[in-house]
Ligand binder design. Structure first.
Ligand SMILES: Cc1ncc(COP(=O)(O)O)c(C=O)c1O
Length: 306
């Protein structure tokens, strides 16, 4: 991570190195944080934050699910996020807002701990490696399943939930893969460690439904809408593991990873092992939109300088 001069913390801009917390903070012990991953892109009209409002809405949804009181409004966090990109003079950025239970008591009950909120931003390339967007990645199905319904809420983007992704990620790297795909507790395909998943088979585009223990990805939603504009409907339906192997194309979607072709799963080549035509079409529409080169039909680009 490349440090930037400022982080927004406790309602004001502070030096990157001063944005620290006490080791006895609740979140450190119990994973009681919620967060977002957002990207700002360099566009001809200056830096634009992609679907900022939707990301911050999901942050508030995560807070609601975990009953974390939020000390700021969506409007305050919107302007704070833009401010962080602006003061750090970033043209493009990965932005990380986080809210967590801070220092108070150390019992599991967090009610006496304050909610702390911070927003950091820094330059970040492709999450799955510089070649991943063109060349694709090799991935494996994890031996770790996603959490069962009514255990950890998959729709919340919460720190503790990511212990599952960490186990998947550590295992996949040990096997030489760039990322893991998890199955849900019914044995059906869920998602990647930090990405949603789509597959194409005989011209039909399929993605697992929200009930498959996935995070409701904003990139996933963007892809569904961009394909709809081109007359291609995406079917949300349960995906058996072996459908992945016989798919013509499989790709990941996520803010950090962006749109990444998957060239092999468990050592089985997907399609011809290259970025397939539909994946390339989605990449073209997505990058054209986020970089302000294509019409922003949905008002997804939220400009930092008004
Ligand atoms: C577990 C998980 N699934 C899916 C996604 C993709 O979501 P989005 O497209 O909103 O970044 C992410 C990334 O935030 C994630 O962490």
């Amino acid at each position: 991570m490349k440090a930037t001069p400022y982080i927004w913390f406790r309602g004001e801009l502070v030096d990157w190195s001063s944005a620290t917390v006490h080791v006895m903070s609740h979140a450190i012990h119990y994973g009681s944080s919620i967060f977002e991953g957002i990207r700002a892109y360099d566009t001809p009209r200056g830096p634009a934050i992609f679907r900022l409002t939707d990301h911050l809405r999901r942050l508030f949804d995560s807070a609601k699910i975990y009953r974390i009181p939020m000390p700021y409004t969506l409007e305050q966090l919107t302007s704070a996020t833009k401010q962080v990109v602006q003061v750090n003079k970033l043209r493009s950025a990965y932005i990380r807002p986080v809210a967590f239970y801070g220092y108070g008591t150390l019992g599991i009950d967090p009610s006496a701990c304050p909610t702390e909120v911070a927003i950091g931003a820094f330059e970040m390339g492709s999450y799955l490696g510089p070649e991943s967007l063109e060349q694709g990645v090799d991935v494996g199905v994890s031996s770790w399943q996603r959490f069962a319904p009514n255990t950890l809420p998959a729709l919340a983007k919460a720190g503790g939930n990511y212990l599952s992704s960490q186990l998947m990620n550590i295992e996949s790297r040990r096997h030489g893969y760039a990322e893991a795909i998890a199955l849900d507790t019914n044995g059906l395909v869920s998602e990647g460690g930090g990405e949603n998943l789509f597959l194409v088979r005989e011209g039909t585009v399929i993605t697992p439904p929200l009930t498959a223990a996935i995070l409701g990805g904003i990139t996933r939603d963007s892809v569904v809408k961009l394909l709809a504009e081109q007359g291609i409907a995406v079917k949300e339906q349960p995906v058996p593991r072996e459908l992945l192997y016989i798919a013509d194309e499989v790709f990941f979607t996520g803010t950090a990873a962006e749109i990444v072709p998957i060239r092999s799963i468990d050592g089985i080549t997907i399609g011809n092992g290259r970025c397939g035509p539909l994946t390339a079409q989605v990449q073209h529409a997505f990058f054209g939109t986020v970089q302000g080169e294509r019409e922003d039909t949905y008002g997804w680009l939220e400009y930092v300088e008004s």
